[in-house]
Design a protein around this ligand. Structure first.
Ligand code: ANZ
Length: 904
């Protein structure tokens, strides 16, 4: 499903490393680095089509309605209403695209999709990954997922569920901020404009959202509760400050996000970027690593996504082993998944960030130089480099079981933040150690033989499981799993090691030194002799972070005209002295000037949708119980890891605080497949293969767009856009419309039509349940063709067809329903039922042979008895003609297959 990793995806992988996440996803050393790369490549996509962002005040319901009516009218200009592709439908009134605007106005005026929650009814919460309202507007990938979820929302309403189907905006984020920096336009202005445009586009597609629940993550009333959740994390010790390496670009005087860096240079200006420690807020997602991995089990998610989450979390079972240092300093502790290879360790490697390396670097200039060189490299660059660089530390450690001395090296293929930041190197059985040993002339000692006992000299590392050799009488001969356990036992006896689980997942760096994000609601004591707002000297004590009181939330962003980050690494808010400093009880305090990352708002929006207008609480317990968890979550696979992991993390914290009642937020997850350009390539401006949904809607209508996107192929498949194929669904649409104009209440429902009607209801129901919309449409095409061929067209099958088609093509469904004489919208009309018995084909058409030659055809029950078959066959005129004057010697009858008279 995902594009194969190429050099460009590698590049985007590099650019998009997320500072709060493990950079090397699959395996640090021996396991597939390629998986890590393609995983990161995929995340790269996350930034391209970002789910990210949202500042408009939460509308009061009435105001919202008024405002929506305005934008609605704008959405239905005269051209859009013209029917260029529809034409006159055969035998009836022209199918006019203006009906789409008509029905949208109807739903609006009647509040058709206002959410209801009735006592004793079951619920379905159908959620889309809300969009970042970019300046470019919707692309064709958005309506694909949104149509799928809308079909389900409409279908479940007809099945008598109470449905929550909301939409909102993930409206904080980089593009609006970048635009602000370039043009001086306030991000709030850009964001508002973009939201209005997105909303116009979504409304033109006829989605059944409850717009009264609309929210944007930039709404002050939303920011308040995002900050409130941050304070919950802070109270729990899950949000803390730490010095973390950031990408410092001296040329631009700013900290850059990973996606703003290409090959070590800033995307803007091409200045070198160096990794530099900076005070940051960090969320302790690692505290929940085990639950985040284990609790995926009960979810109905795509297997691939669960696998990616698991490998991102990277649970690894192994052992921690302590090597004593020669000089009697701190032990060097290593993490290994192959304790069984302990006797094959020939040296020990520490990462350049390791305390031992730093200590040695203070007096050893070669080590100091090496540490400085590696500082600019990202973890991915370090782990994927072919050449294994490194320098000797000039010290040795003691092997915990043999007492042998092993040299210590400093090398950057060991990552400082994974495991203990140090490894025991076993070149015979680990590829990277093997390469490193070869490059630096270090010994290789084989301690694992092939399963059959063969142990030849090695030309490359033998990384498989096998049988222990050269490992002493207690371990030799044991198969790898037993050998691991035995070595851990021996280490435990010696007090030098124990079993240990490590995770690749890293704590989440949760601060940015930027403007367009939620201010972190923390402040610090200030020492000053004057007034820091007037520029007097001050010092801030960052070691004493204090939470802003709940009643003082939200901490709103100050007005700003210059959005450039500036040369203070604390970010542009640090320049807004009036906002930053305040006095209380005669003392000075300073606000935190870091803001939250793009991901914050999307971590809990699904909860707010349950209770969006609540001013007293983020959500009420009743609303949460009424709607959570999300029953169906639809969105792009590019969010398979980060967004979903972050949201699950917040949810689990809220769960442990008793604020939500389920452990997981999203029960079922579906990713729509990417829609490629007509050339089979990813749509992009530079290729000129981008399709604008507005153009399709104004030329063919929303229903045609919806039907086409669902008919292109399976929802999850990657598929190319083919405008010319829209004609097929337009024909279908016209045919259904024409049927509604012709239907005649007095016409009789024949057997064949009745059977096909029940078969169609059955198949469409099963297909919709399985989100297999393309096959549902095929079946309705077959059915509509059949009906179009009838001379006398009864109303019942056309009514059923109108109901069945309505979740997919809601304007058409409503229009047909109205033409058939119904006054109410069909949105809550019961979904058609089928009768299993009536689905079965009972009659067959059979050839009747006389002496092996076909002489007639009869229609007969599939399982008719021989006597009945003979009587019916013999009654045919032509058969009588050929039997005339002959004696029937034999009658051959195989039910449903053969009827033959053998006559002389
Ligand atoms: C000795 C050994 C022998 C190893 C052998 C492997 C094979 P996963 O499965 O990804 O957890 N390792 C540990 N910490 C590391 C770090 N900070 N940077 C780079 N590599 C690190 O991989 C665990 C293995 O990766 C560990 O097991 C260690 O190498 C290495 F035949 O220890 B092993």
């Amino acid at each position: 499903r995902f594009p194969a990793s190429s050099s460009s995806s590698l590049r985007s992988a590099r650019r998009c490393e997320h500072p709060g996440s493990p950079l090397v996803a699959s395996s640090m050393r021996t396991r597939s680095r390629r998986a890590a790369v393609s995983l990161l490549g995929l995340i790269g996509g996350a930034h391209a089509t970002s789910l990210s962002h949202f500042r408009t005040p939460v509308f009061a319901a009435a105001g919202a309605r008024r405002c929506m009516q305005r934008s609605f009218r704008a959405a239905a200009p005269a051209e859009a209403a013209a029917p260029p592709a529809a034409g006159a439908s055969k035998g009836g009134v022209a199918y006019d695209l203006a009906i789409e605007a008509k029905w949208q106005a109807h739903w609006e005026a009647h509040r058709t999709f206002a959410t209801r929650r009735r006592e004793g009814k079951q619920k379905k919460y159908v959620l889309d990954m809300f969009p970042y309202p970019s300046g470019a507007g919707l692309h064709v990938g958005h309506p694909e997922g949104y149509t799928a979820s809308d079909i389900m929302a409409r279908y479940w309403r007809m099945r008598d569920y109470d449905v929550l189907h909301p939409m909102g905006w993930d409206s904080f984020g980089l593009p609006a901020e970048q635009h602000a920096m370039n043009t001086g336009t306030h991000p709030e202005v850009t964001t508002k404009e973009n939201i209005a445009n997105f909303k116009r586009q979504l409304r033109s597609l006829g989605f059944s959202y409850d717009w009264e629940r609309e929210l944007a993550t930039t709404d002050v009333g939303y920011v308040k509760w995002t900050q409130w959740i941050f304070l919950k994390l802070f109270e729990q010790g899950l949000a803390f400050q730490d010095e973390k390496p950031v990408n410092w670009c001296a040329g631009l005087g700013t900290v850059l996000a990973n996606e703003e860096i290409i090959d070590g240079l800033s995307e803007r200006g091409g200045f070198p970027v160096e990794r530099k420690p900076l005070r940051q807020w960090v969320l302790k997602i690692t505290a929940l690593a085990d639950r985040l991995a284990a609790e995926l089990d009960g979810l109905d998610w795509p297997e691939g996504t669960m696998t990616m989450q698991r490998s991102w979390i990277g649970r690894s079972e192994g052992a921690e082993i302590a090597f004593a240092t020669e000089g009697g300093g701190e032990d060097v502790r290593v993490f290994t998944t192959r304790a069984d290879t302990l006797m094959g360790a020939t040296y020990v490697v520490v990462a350049p960030e390791h305390p031992l390396a730093r200590r040695v670097g203070e007096s050893d200039s070669a080590v100091a130089k090496y540490i400085a060189e590696t500082a600019s490299k990202s973890d991915l660059d370090r782990t994927s480099a072919k050449a294994k660089s490194g320098v000797p530390a000039g010290e040795s450690v003691v092997h915990p079981l043999t007492g042998e001395r092993l040299p210590v090296w400093v090398a950057d293929y060991v990552i400082g933040s994974y495991g203990t930041g140090a490894v025991m190197a076993v070149p015979a059985h680990d590829e990277r150690d093997f390469d490193f040993a070869a490059a630096h002339g270090l010994p290789v000692k084989r301690v694992v033989a092939e399963p059959d006992g063969a142990a030849e000299a090695l030309e490359e590392a033998f990384t498989e499981h096998g049988v222990a050799v050269n490992s002493g009488p207690l371990v030799d001969g044991l198969a790898t799993p037993e050998a691991k356990a035995k070595v851990v036992e021996l280490l435990a006896e010696a007090g030098r090691g124990s079993a240990k689980v490590s995770y690749k997942l890293r704590d989440w760096v949760f601060s940015r030194q930027r403007y367009w994000g939620e201010p972190i609601p923390i402040y610090f004591p200030v020492t000053t002799d004057g007034d820091p707002r007037k520029g007097d000297a001050y010092s801030i004590d960052y070691s004493q972070p204090l939470p802003v009181a709940e009643e003082e939330l939200p901490v709103a962003l100050p007005e700003l005209e210059d959005f450039q980050p500036g040369d203070d690494p604390q970010g542009c808010l640090a320049r807004v002295l009036d906002w930053r400093f305040f006095q209380r009880d005669g003392k000075w305090w300073a606000r935190e000037t870091n803001t939250m990352p793009q991901w914050a708002g999307s971590c809990w929006y699904y909860l707010r949708f349950a209770d969006p207008a609540n001013t007293q609480q983020a959500w009420s317990a009743e609303a949460e119980k009424a709607w959570l968890p999300v029953d169906l979550y639809v969105g792009g696979a590019e969010h398979a890891v980060l967004h979903l992991l972050y949201a699950r993390f917040w949810h689990k914290v809220l769960h442990s605080l008793g604020l939500v009642s389920t452990a997981e937020p999203f029960q079922k997850l579906v990713h729509q497949g990417m829609i490629l350009g007509a050339d089979g390539e990813k749509m992009s401006k530079s290729r000129g293969n981008v399709i604008n949904p507005d153009d399709i809607v104004s030329a063919y209508g929303a229903d045609a767009m919806r039907l086409y996107e669902m008919f292109m192929g399976p929802l999850e498949a990657v598929k190319p856009w083919q405008t010319e194929q829209i004609a097929g669904v337009v024909r279908f649409q016209n045919r259904v419309h024409a049927l509604a104009t012709r239907a005649d209440g007095s016409a009789e429902l024949g057997d064949e039509t009745e059977r096909l009607m029940h078969q169609t209801i059955k198949k469409v129901t099963a297909d919709v349940d399985a989100l297999s919309f393309n096959t549902a449409i095929s079946q309705m095409m077959i059915f509509s063709n059949h009906l179009a061929g009838l001379k006398q067209l009864p109303a019942e099958p056309v009514e059923k067809l109108a109901l069945l088609v309505s979740p997919l093509a809601p304007h058409l469904g409503e229009e047909a329903w109205q033409m058939l004489g119904h006054e109410q919208s069909l949105a809550y009309e019961p979904w058609p039922e089928y009768d299993e018995a009536k689905c079965v084909e009972t009659d067959v058409v059979m050839a009747v042979q006389v002496n092996g030659k076909v002489r007639a055809e009869i229609k007969i029950a599939k399982d008719a008895a021989e006597a009945e078959a003979r009587e019916l066959a013999a009654a045919s005129e032509n058969v009588q003609k050929f039997l005339d004057g002959k004696e029937v010697k034999k009658f051959i009858y195989v039910p449903g297959r053969i009827i033959n008279f053998v006559a002389k």
